[in-house]
Design a protein around this ligand. Structure first.
Ligand code: NDP
Length: 607
């Protein structure tokens, strides 16, 4: 069966599509060696340097704060903002970058933009009185918004930038954390929040010969404008006359391929698995629409967006974009008389139909048939991050652009002069690694520092048998410490939504402790065990789905996932997770936490 025939096939022929998806997965999975990555800290440390650094020399800090937050991205900023609202006074953000912004600090590659609607993605729009300029914002506007939040809530006051925490040690006697950094700081913090982000460590594939390349190379999250010239929005004049290779075709590459093609003499796009790329249709914000919004509009819109990824189809779809298209398709099927009892089947059908459309779109845009066929994704829409872009596919019609499809195998080797695929060498002057980030399955490694809890307990010791937390936020043995991540917690494709939920919750616990003189907050063993059991119990559907997907970072590169059940997000869905936390706060009992070493009573006081 040819690609052409498959594309125009009716979605009713689901079994044939299932078979095709299976074949695509299987032709990728066996070769694990081709799917290993290097620890850049060991072999390419200089590529991690901060190209945007504005590191000012300063004296080491030696003081005490109420709350110390590791990470100045949206998670850290929202947590700090909510702590401020909860009455916490001395809050310090410690951030490796030279300013706030997190992922939006680091990712300044040309074309960088957010693929989630700005009105739901930008945190705290109503609180800061800001309205994004466009429906899908450019990275610089998002970075500026991070700065706006920091200014609005007075978060620059005690912040330490270009600073990395090197150790965190719990002091049982003083009931606080001793915090050391790579800048010689030695501080005390009553509470610590870890919000280092799920994808903060760039990674390079372990392609044989990668260290031999004599040309220039960099990772997309450390874009080398000193080499390329230009900026995220201006032409990269340094690339005129240059042959450039980009490795990877994920959400990042989709955005930076068009500007690279515009500015380089020649561009080779090395693809292992194509992304699904649908229309973007961006637009500027309509001032009349913005003026008509009523208070509380942003929270309603955020919740509406997240609801579209759950069974809550009774919640109106306010966003109505490519992300929520499957929810709309299911609504249509129900309106046409299909039964709600067939929800899983309806979702699968809607998904297959969408992916047929995505492949037909490629066919209608890309002129060269072989290139069009190679660009077609054969997997379920949410197996990889769905992409939306209006210039990516037309780029492959340019005469200076070549798609080098590696048939799922990846680049075979790198030489002094270029890259090898299928025995053919492609000579280039520059390699751009759009190869993604390490996934935070190992929190301690991801955070990149030593963490010692009660009696010197480390996270690898504590989580030897897998992660265990209460609500994803607390882990026994690490009092007064909050983990902000997706593991054992809520997950939404709109990352800031769940970050805001966790921020509110952490601020509630800390605000209560500060107001009531509680020195030590720790999850009870029972609460932690119950929560972790629940995570495992509800992880089945997600694991089953991910194991049908082509390999990638979502599914441990195609490996088995049962061992990771304890690190899965809450399987009841984000809205249920939000409700659990909300009910818990409203109950006011602090059940599952020990306050000053004793179970909390009905009023949240230690007994
Ligand atoms: P990804 O991990 O999604 O993509 C890495 C790419 O590199 C994949 O296409 C991968 O192929 C490819 N690759 C890896 N090794 C090789 C190799 N040896 N040879 C050839 N190709 C290789 O990283 P991204 O930076 O694109 O995206 C990471 C995440 O960042 C996204 O999922 C998203 O969460 C976030 N993001 C968000 C954006 C937004 O708008 N909000 C924009 C950009 C990123 P394969 O697929 O086969 O593994």
């Amino acid at each position: 069966m040819t690609d052409q025939q498959n594309s125009s096939q009716s979605a009713a022929d689901i079994e044939a599509l299932r078979e095709r998806y299976r074949a695509e997965r299987e032709r990728r999975t066996p070769d694990k060696a081709a799917r290993t990555y290097l620890d850049m800290r060991e072999s390419f440390g200089e590529m991690l340097d901060d190209p945007y650094a504005d590191a000012k020399s300063r004296e080491p800090v030696d003081d005490e704060v109420d709350v110390l937050i590791v990470g100045g991205g949206f998670g850290g900023l929202m947590t700090a903002a909510r702590m401020r609202e909860a009455g916490v006074k001395k809050i310090r953000i410690v951030e490796a970058g030279s300013d706030v912004g997190g992922t939006w600090y680091w990712n300044r590659y040309p074309g960088a933009a957010c693929d989630v609607e700005s009105y739901v993605y930008f945190p705290l729009l109503e609180e800061t009185g800001y309205m994004p300029k466009e429906r899908y914002s450019k990275a610089s506007e998002i970075r500026e918004h991070a700065q706006r939040i920091a200014q609005h809530f007075g978060l620059y006051d005690h912040a330490l930038f270009s600073t990395q925490v090197s150790s965190l040690d719990w002091d049982d006697e003083a009931s606080n954390w001793s915090v050391k950094t790579n800048r010689g700081d030695s501080m005390r913090a009553r509470f610590v929040v870890l919000t280092t982000g799920p994808l903060n460590k760039p990674k390079l594939p372990a392609i044989p010969g990668i260290e031999r390349f004599k040309g220039h190379s960099f990772h997309t999250s450390r874009w080398d404008y000193a080499y390329t010239g230009g900026s995220a929005t201006e032409p990269m004049t340094g690339l005129a006359g240059k042959r450039v290779a980009i490795i990877g075709t994920g959400a990042t590459a989709i955005q930076c391929v068009p500007p690279l093609a515009r500015d380089a003499k020649q561009l080779f796009v090395f693809q292992r698995t194509p992304s699904s790329v649908d229309a973007r249709n961006n637009s500027v914000t309509d001032p009349e629409w913005a003026a008509a919004l009523t208070p509380g509009w942003q929270q309603r819109r955020i919740e509406s967006f997240t609801a579209q990824f759950t069974s809550r189809l009774d919640i109106e779809n306010e966003v109505n974009d490519g992300w929520t298209t499957l929810a709309n398709a299911i609504r249509e099927k129900l309106a046409a008389g299909r039964s709600v009892a067939d929800a899983a089947q309806l979702l699968e059908e809607a998904d297959f139909e969408k992916m047929v459309e995505v492949r037909e779109r490629i066919e209608s845009i890309v002129d060269d048939q072989a290139t069009a066929d190679a660009l077609k994704p054969w997997f379920s829409l949410y197996c990889k991050r769905p992409c939306f872009h209006d210039e990516y596919l037309p780029t492959f019609n340019r005469s200076n652009v070549t798609l080098v499809d590696t048939a799922g195998k990846g680049v075979q080797a790198i030489t002094e002069n270029g890259l090898v695929v299928d025995g053919k060498e492609y000579e280039v002057d520059c390699i751009v690694f759009a190869t993604g980030f390490e996934v935070a399955s190992d929190f301690a490694r991801q955070a990149g520092f030593e963490l010692h809890g009660v009696g010197g307990l480390t996270l690898p010791q504590k989580w030897r048998q897998g992660m265990s937390t209460f609500h994803g936020l607390h882990s026994r043995g690490f009092p007064n410490l909050f983990f902000i991540s997706q593991a054992q917690s809520g997950m939404s494709v709109n990352f800031p939504h769940m970050l805001s939920v966790q921020a509110v919750h952490a601020a509630h616990v800390v605000g209560h402790s500060v107001a009531n003189g509680v020195q030590r907050v720790e999850a009870s063993a029972e609460a932690e065990r119950n929560w972790t059991d629940k995570i495992v119990e509800l992880s089945g559907a997600r694991i089953k789905f991910l194991e049908t997907c082509t390999p990638g970072f979502y599914n441990n590169e195609g490996g088995r996932l049962e061992a990771q059940a304890k690190s899965m997000p809450y399987g009841g869905g984000p809205l249920e997770f939000i409700q659990i936390l909300q009910d818990w706060r409203e109950a006011g009992e602090f059940e599952g936490l020990e306050l000053d070493g004793k179970p909390a009573n009905k009023k949240g006081e230690s007994k």
